[in-house]
Design a binder for this molecule. Structure first.
Ligand SMILES: [Zn+2]
Ligand SMILES: [Zn+2]
Length: 404
């Protein structure tokens, strides 16, 4: 039987009213009082959400969701006028491409074992379909959509702001663009160009010398004092050390032209798909976030970026959560282990990795079964222990998107 003890709750609890409309989240203490008084029901366990039993329009504020999109980590923040109600960093899966390769290898092997099979290739509709994304990219697009939709289902979010890249290509081509999307009145034009130049030069000093320092700066090839422009083709990335050396006349830069930036990057694809999926979302860029972060002296992290993207400045911050993705079902039956006979899976254990379990009153996360299911390796987040399954109680099966 699955049980959840209310004292295990540490994070804010999501609330909806009798009609199922989302309300402002409440404290675990408040949730406990409501649940014990029979005034609410549990509707979701991860993240923990309750629904009020009695009719109540409830407490609602306009909330903005800020998303710092990314490859490896996605920052999420939901902010109201007065406080941040949700903060999280989602760790993206980066194992898709490798898993696809492994699958391809096994399938090839299998087919080659059918000796008289005619060679067939390019016979898949999918490989010819236009607009098809590589599975690893498609997964990332889907993951962003999933996170945003899930938060919209848990909180009364009225506005979504997405940071889709570090610089704004459209604004650079046409600086006259004035869009309602730009929440700021300040001119960040040069910051945009700088972000572009850094990205174009792949965040590497372009001096072709050794011993670069870490800090990167953008240098005017034809000095501004001599009429050099702020256009990207007059700008180049240099490290602080070589930038100083160059201005001191210690060496000369021999660069003429610049390749333009490759546009079809993965993030660009993700960006376009997200904007197509959320047409009402507001787009913002890294250089704006960075400038706003400086203004409010906020340190750079993914969750802080998301907070600033959502329009956060002085608001009281929420505790940061970690969101992880777990494959719903590992369907591989055979594991080939180097130097051992292949392991054939004959059964699926009741406790799967990442499930929440309880042992002697404390909550742990399952790591994996040992000794043919007699023992469980589990962790409390600090250290791992191995205990007999007889003494372990399952709290919750974690699947899909996991909120810690
Ligand atoms: Zn350098
Ligand atoms: Zn310079």
């Amino acid at each position: 039987m699955l049980t959840i003890k209310l004292r295990d709750l540490k994070m804010k609890v999501f609330v909806s009213n009798k009609q199922g409309e989302t309300l402002m989240p409440c404290s675990p203490r408040k949730a406990r009082i409501l649940l014990e008084g029979g005034k609410a029901d549990v509707v979701k366990r991860n993240p923990f959400a309750i629904q009020l039993v009695h009719g109540s329009t409830g407490y609602k504020q306009n909330l903005t969701l800020g998303v710092d999109t990314g490859h490896n980590e996605v920052g999420l923040s939901v902010v109201s006028e007065t406080k941040e109600v949700f903060s999280a960093v989602a760790k993206m899966r980066n194992d898709i491409a490798k898993k696809m390769d492994t699958r391809r290898m096994y399938r090839r092997q299998k087919r080659n074992q059918l000796r008289y099979r005619k060679p067939r290739f390019l016979n898949r509709a999918a490989s010819r379909r236009k607009g098809r994304l590589a599975p690893s990219v498609q997964w990332k697009v889907d993951a962003h959509i999933r996170l945003i939709n899930q938060l919209k289902a848990l909180l009364p979010i009225t506005k979504v702001v997405l940071e889709t890249g570090t610089f704004d290509m459209a604004k650079m081509k046409n600086p006259e663009i004035t869009n309602a999307q730009y929440q700021q009145g300040v001119q960040y034009g040069f910051e945009n160009v700088k972000a572009y130049v850094l990205s174009r030069d792949r965040y590497q000093c372009q001096c072709k010398k050794k011993g670069c320092s870490n800090k990167l700066q953008v240098h005017h090839i034809k000095f501004r004092s001599k009429g050099g422009s702020d256009a990207p083709n007059n700008l180049i990335t240099l490290c602080e050390k070589h930038h100083k050396a160059l201005h001191a006349g210690k060496f000369e830069l021999n660069v003429k032209s610049h390749k333009s930036l490759k546009s079809a990057t993965t993030m660009n694809i993700i960006r376009r798909r997200l904007l197509r999926y959320f047409p009402e979302a507001i787009e913002t860029f890294g250089y704006i976030t960075k400038a706003n972060r400086y203004q409010h002296t906020i340190e750079k992290t993914h969750s802080n970026d998301a907070f600033v993207i959502a329009g956060g400045s002085h608001q009281k911050r929420a505790k940061e959560r970690i969101i992880r993705f777990k494959r719903k079902n590992n369907r591989s039956l055979q594991k080939n282990r180097n130097g051992y006979a292949p392991a054939i899976r004959k059964q699926r254990y009741a406790i799967q990795p990442k499930d929440l379990v309880r042992f002697e009153g404390n909550q742990y996360q399952a790591v994996g079964m040992q000794n043919k299911g007699a023992y469980l390796k589990m962790t409390d987040g600090v250290k791992a222990v191995v205990k007999s399954v007889k003494k372990i109680e399952i709290v919750f099966h974690q699947k899909g998107v996991i909120y810690a």
